[in-house]
Design a protein around this ligand. Structure first.
Ligand code: 5GP
Length: 210
């Protein structure tokens, strides 16, 4: 797996090192808003489109929000070792294709991944196996966004009115488990005030650019 990662990703545009940015957070912590704003405001950051076996919600479009795959197609990608990482999240399967990340980086873009803690762990292991001089390792940045407290998270999840109380309960249990992984991330940013949190995320990204 390491060899494939090196082979496929090392051949990138010379010059500044594109960043591989992981933004991870419990549901309701403000991750989507922050990721959407990064994409809107930073021309060189592209979103890594994941695969999932869940059904599209609302106006979600295949190939834009996710690649919506049947179980068998997801299995085929696992068998082909096509995923850089994959995990079951909230009962559905999600995965990032190596190809998606490699193409983004090779084009000289920073690639933004919105994934869960299990996926982050797998990526970190892959990156950790690369040499210190590897551009992927040099450009790797993992950020964990935390709500100020679980009480505040519950308030936000209830306030957005998208989920029933059972789902909110489940998300809170998951949030607690996810927050226990915060220490694995190089950067942990509290989202108490959205603009402040976003500014901190931007600063961490700009500081990484060398
Ligand atoms: P949603 O289905 O609400 O869009 O996403 C549910 C969760 O799955 C979110 O926490 C999101 O970060 C995570 N997720 C989305 N894509 C991927 C992926 O490719 N890999 C992993 N490990 N998690 C993902």
């Amino acid at each position: 797996m390491r060899e494939r990662m090196e082979k496929r990703l090392i051949d990138m545009t010379a010059g500044t090192t594109p960043l591989l940015i992981l933004v991870v957070a419990p549901s309701g912590a403000g991750k989507s808003t922050i990721c959407d704003r990064l994409i809107d405001e930073c021309a060189n950051i592209v979103y890594s489109i994941s695969c999932t076996t869940r059904q599209p919600r609302g106006e979600e479009t295949d190939g834009v929000d996710y690649y919506f795959l049947a179980e068998a197609d997801f299995d085929a990608n696992v068998a082909d070792d096509a995923f850089l990482e994959n995990a079951v999240v909230h009962g559905f399967r999600y995965g990032t294709l190596r190809r998606t990340v490699a193409e983004g980086l090779r084009a000289g873009n920073d690639v933004l991944m919105d994934i869960d803690v299990q996926g982050a762990k797998q990526i970190r292991e892959t990156i950790g196996a690369l040499s210190d001089e590897d551009p992927i390792r040099k450009g790797f940045l993992d950020i964990f966004i935390v709500p100020p407290s679980l009480e505040e998270l519950e308030k936000r999840l209830t306030g957005r009115g998208e989920d029933d109380s059972e789902t909110i309960g489940l998300r809170l249990i998951n949030a607690e488990a996810e927050m226990a992984c915060a220490g694995e991330f190089a950067h942990v940013i509290v989202n108490d005030v959205l603009d402040k949190c976003y500014a901190s995320v931007r600063r961490v990204i700009e500081d990484k650019r060398v």
